[in-house]
Design a protein around this ligand. Structure first.
Ligand code: RP5
Length: 162
């Protein structure tokens, strides 16, 4: 099946974080592609990727980057597909740099920004599933099942209070 979600990241060093977005997509049985695309090291590749994404069948792009994290914003500048930005946790500033550079998009070119690190990557995968699931009942049903499982886990967690 053709990929419906494109997962891109600025460096292979982001994979440790971005693999959690991919795992969430796998859990929701959504076909995806993954690729290292850097805004500042491979800008032409980034433009090409973003410009061709829609015609390749991609419906949502998840872009993760750290530091001066231009990747999600520049991707959003080159496509009208929804772009979800994942701020990767950095050593120098703990990912605050990534978060602020992704979330503070000037009005007109939105990037849906999630939390720093693993939680953000998981939520990026789930949010992509929700976007596709708004028009796909099977995926919506999988999302509901997951929410229910999460609820049951919390309700049963009192047993661990010993
Ligand atoms: C960004 O710079 C990447 O997204 C990564 O988070 C950060 C560091 O990259 P490496 O120096 O580890 O390749 O472009």
């Amino acid at each position: 099946m053709n990929a419906q979600v494109g997962v891109i990241m600025g460096s292979v060093s982001d994979w440790e974080t971005m693999k959690h977005a991919c795992e969430a997509l796998e859990q929701m049985k959504i076909p995806y592609e993954k690729q290292v695309v850097s805004a500042h090291r491979t800008p032409d590749l980034l433009f090409n990727y973003a410009e061709s994404a829609r015609e390749r069948g991609i419906q949502v792009i998840i872009a993760g980057a750290g530091g001066a994290a231009h990747l999600p914003g520049m991707t959003a500048a080159k496509t009208t597909l929804p772009v979800i930005g994942v701020p990767v946790q950095t050593k120098a500033l703990n990912g605050m740099d990534s978060l602020l550079s992704i979330v503070q998009m000037p009005g007109g070119v939105p990037v849906a920004t999630v939390a720093i690190g693993k939680a953000g990557a998981v939520n990026a995968g789930l949010l992509a599933a929700q976007i596709i699931g708004s028009n796909d009942l099977e995926i919506a049903h999988r999302l509901e099942t997951l929410r229910n499982e999460t609820k049951v886990k919390v309700l049963n967690s009192n047993e661990q209070l010993i």
